[in-house]
Ligand binder design. Structure first.
Ligand SMILES: *Cc1c(COP(=O)(O)O)cnc(C)c1O
Length: 401
């Protein structure tokens, strides 16, 4: 195939973000770019800021950055901390690891907690480990606890309310910072009720937008901490953002067309209803897991109570290179799956069930995987395609739901 030739039919973008963008959102983004200081823009700004408060479930300010999620990670840390501050980072997987690395590059003193070996990468945050560490910190050296809500490298979610309760049980003043870059708008998330101080998210996962904008949702305590923070920052600084956002404007040029898309995405999510959106992802995830179980392969997440509704990590049998399987599926069937990251590279692949999907796109993804696994010589116990068809037949959703 010539490099510039596009294969016929639609590409199956089944990585866990960027997720497939609904046509309705792409069309909304094709509107003309407007003057970001003009009267029309203020309405758009106020609308998306208010919509995002509903999505995060908070009454407090939400900041929108023209950056990928990594920028919002840096923004969260640099607004509430000071150089050399001690932070407690829980390692659930590769994204938690990358956030730790980022914090070290910023000059923070990061301490990592997790379960031993690979166990930490197969389970959610163990709040008791955080509690134990905070109890030992009588001098309150730890300024922030950082956790990932939906660990996109493994397909494991974490109980954020339990982390808040653990911090409160010790009477420890540490701030709670949560990465819900891939969790927001796909998995239940409640910034204010769960007592999160800074929630971090991005556009290209559950929100179904292209990459390019990201978010910080704040608590009053986080805003207070930002007043005494001594980390250098300018682009990320909350103070000017909060001030200008009051009228719907931004201190520097916002991503106007992505904001059109964000407005459309919020309309879609809020019209369907957030409980319905979460239930839809749970149903999809259960269907995909039934396929993996029928194949006789292991799901990366070892605790069924925290299976991710957004993606499923599939471990390949000993001796089978998961990346070779992925590459074959891409080349033969035009379907992209997520690679194993960090210490599980080559040992697993990730199936995304987020964005503009439905039962049949997921059945097709499973079919692509099943063909690819067989072509790679993997002995499958049974048919995942049959299992997911049976699951969706027995559990109606969509227009019938
Ligand atoms: C995607 C992702 C990131 C990184 O975000 P970028 O938009 O790639 O910068 C961080 N954390 C999690 C959990 C993610 O899923």
């Amino acid at each position: 195939m010539k490099l510039d030739a596009h294969p016929s039919g639609r590409h199956f973008l089944q990585i866990p973000g960027p997720s497939p963008v609904p046509d309705r959102i792409l069309r909304a983004m094709s509107l003309p770019t407007i003057d970001h200081r003009g009267p029309e823009f203020g309405h758009l700004g106020l609308k998306v800021l208010a919509d995002m408060q509903q999505i995060f479930k908070t009454r407090h300010p939400v900041i929108i950055y023209p950056a990928s999620g990594t920028g919002a990670w840096e923004a969260a840390l640099s607004n509430v901390l000071s150089p050399g501050d001690h932070v407690l980072m829980y390692e659930t997987g590769h994204f938690a690891f990358l956030w730790t690395k980022l914090s070290q590059r910023l000059g923070l003193n990061a301490e990592v907690v997790t379960l031993p070996g690979i166990e930490g990468w197969r389970r959610g945050v163990q709040a008791d480990l955080i509690e134990e560490r905070l109890r030992a910190d009588a001098g309150h050296q730890i300024k922030a606890v950082c956790v990932v809500h939906n660990e996109t490298s493994t397909g494991v979610t974490s109980d954020i309310a339990a982390v808040r309760q653990a911090i409160d049980r010790c009477g420890h003043p540490a701030l709670l910072l949560v990465d819900t870059i891939s969790g927001l708008a796909g998995a239940d998330y409640r910034h204010e009720e769960w007592g999160v101080d800074v929630s971090i998210s991005g556009s290209q996962k559950g929100l179904m937008l292209p990459p390019g904008i990201s978010f910080n949702a704040l608590s009053p305590k986080a805003i207070e901490a930002s007043c005494s923070s001594r980390m250098p920052k300018s682009v990320w600084a909350w103070d000017e953002m909060i001030e200008m956002n009051k009228t719907g404007y931004f201190p520097y040029t916002p991503s106007t067309n992505l904001l059109y898309g964000l407005s459309e995405a919020c309309d879609m999510i809020l019209a369907e209803g957030m409980p319905q959106v979460f239930a839809r992802h749970q149903r999809w995830a259960a269907g995909v897991r039934s396929a993996v179980q029928a194949w006789g392969l292991q799901i990366q997440c070892a605790d069924p109570s925290v299976y991710s509704p957004i993606l499923t990590g599939v471990m390949t049998p000993e001796g089978v290179d998961a990346d070779a399987v992925r590459q074959l599926i891409y080349q033969r069937f035009d379907c992209s799956l997520g690679t194993g990251l960090g210490k599980v590279k080559g040992r697993m692949f990730r199936m995304g069930h987020l964005g503009d999907s439905n039962d049949l796109t997921l059945v097709a993804m499973v079919a692509g995987c099943e063909m690819g696994l067989k072509l790679s010589g993997v002995k499958l116990a049974g048919s995942g395609v049959q299992a997911i068809m049976d699951h969706f037949s027995a559990h109606p959703g969509g227009l019938a739901g």
